[in-house]
Write a protein that binds this ligand. Sequence first.
Ligand code: ADP
Ligand code: MG
Length: 611
Amino acid sequence: MALQLIKITKFYQFGKNKQTVLNNLTIKFPSKGLIAIVGKSGSGKSTLLNIIAGVEKANSGQILIDGHELERENIVQYQKDYISYVYQFYNLIPSLTIKQNIILPALIKGYSYNDIEFKMMTYCNQLEIVHLLNNYPDQLSGGQKQRVGLVRAFLCQTPILLADEPTGALNGIQSKEVMKLLKQYAKQHLVIVISHNISLIKKYTSQIIDLDQNINYYDFKTSKYHKYSTYFLPRQSKRLFFYIKQQIKYQRNKLIMMFVSQIFIIIAFVLLLSACNGGWLYLKNRFQSDPLKEIIEVYQNDYLNTMFKEDDITKFKENSLIDDVSFKLDFSQGVFKGNQNFEIYQIKNTKNFDYQSGHYPSKENQIVINQKAAKKYDLKVNDEIEYELNGISYSFSISAIINDYINEGNNIYIDRNIIDENLRQQLETKDVLILISSKYKQVLDKYQDDFLLVSYHQEYVDSYQMLFDLAYIVVIIFISVSFFISIILISIILKTIFIERKKDTCILQVNGISKLRIVSLFGFEAMLIGMIIGIVGSVVAFGTLFLISLFDLDKNIIGINNLFVLPRYFLGSFDLFILLIFIYIIICWISGVHGALIINKMDGSILLKEN
Ligand code: ADP
Ligand code: MG
């Protein structure tokens, strides 16, 4: 391996001012050995190292590797296979343990933990940091961190090791130890080390680049190399799942806060939606059991002529939408015995009645009453109700008590076909017809111009429907707004979490992780967080629903059985949860990717140079 810098110029532009840091500098490095860069502070040492590391780009000039020019598109590969870096300000990743910090670059460069474990322990012993391996960076002194940084770089075994003031934070003895290690490493690799301790440096190398002298040509080449020798055999980077795991652990306080708030929102969301849905189902059930569901009353529009003729009946009967037509029975002509007061409704048998006891009338003069009438007059099935008309007494026997939650009052429901023929004829009024039809809307459409049609059932349904539509809209708006706000909150928190990691990102990149991989890494982490929030939230919400149904809380507190029923959209009762988890995953992923993109745009070179 041979590295050459050819006519490198680097300047920084501040508005109109231009500060030239490196001017037309050519350096031909040996393939191995220890090279020192010296110079006073601000002379461009770190900048030079960053240019060699591919972190900064020179304004002009070339970098040649084994005679090949280093192109933009090869930089990531070059950083991965060629470069390891000891930073002046250590740049350890705060969320990782010392051990994880040490192995991370080696993993990126394709070594497995087994490959490097022995070497790691040897170096750690030599530099006396073994006892620190499970600590976190913020528990270490500057000198300790510097030694960690050295071990981290040594383990990468790259042909080029760059060290920016590696002894800056060390005492005399430690500095000598480090220089010895660097010297030893330089027997097989190229080591470029920055130092302002010239006397120390001179003890270990005579190959010195002094940026304070106006020299712009250095040739340390000791042997010829073949111009087109091959690139290093690339190794596949190892997976960095532990990095993600460690990040989630490190951010746990923020994440827990986010979790808790999200889980409350998910529960509220699920409860509200299921209550709306369950409430509506409950009402639909009630509507279904309405004894007057298929009953339509018909009046003449004409005030002078209110009577119906047999013709009219025949006409209605011919319509296939209508199952049956008859004159209404008017019970107000007579009285019930014992001051009993009933509302009388005509009904037709359907299987939807909500029977409390008994069965539908099957014998003459059997009737059905509602639960209120039964309670009020203390009536049971088979009890008789006496009705008197024109001095004649008729007795109705109760065949069933039904729950009618829709029609108020003490009600009797009569099927005209069960009533005594003689009585029926006396009760018939010619000015109201009773139609029996399950297609009220169509019947209404057809006849409303000529007649007045009334369906008590439909009136109820309509009024509830309106109420429910309104409630639905309110709930949906409320849920959407709070969900939207919470999603924005998540994305802000996630983005700040990721942007705080800009230094991590630089370190990953210097070691040869592409920007795309950073994006996918952070996106994956965010997705994982989203999935956890979604799943935990769903499980908790589901558990809440389960507990409610287990202890019949809805029945006991609100008085409605099965109030909290989740709507089914496409996959059954879980699809709301699946949708929720999906939304969280997507939103978090977008935030993660966005955060990573923001970091990618930042200038990493400053971050690595500064403390
Ligand atoms: P040294 O490491 O020798 O102390 P540096 O290479 O860090 O010096 O910096 C050389 C000069 O370039 C300094 O004057 C510094 O302020 C300037 N400089 C370094 N990096 C940047 C940057 N990213 N943007 C602007 N100026 C910079
Ligand atoms: Mg510096």
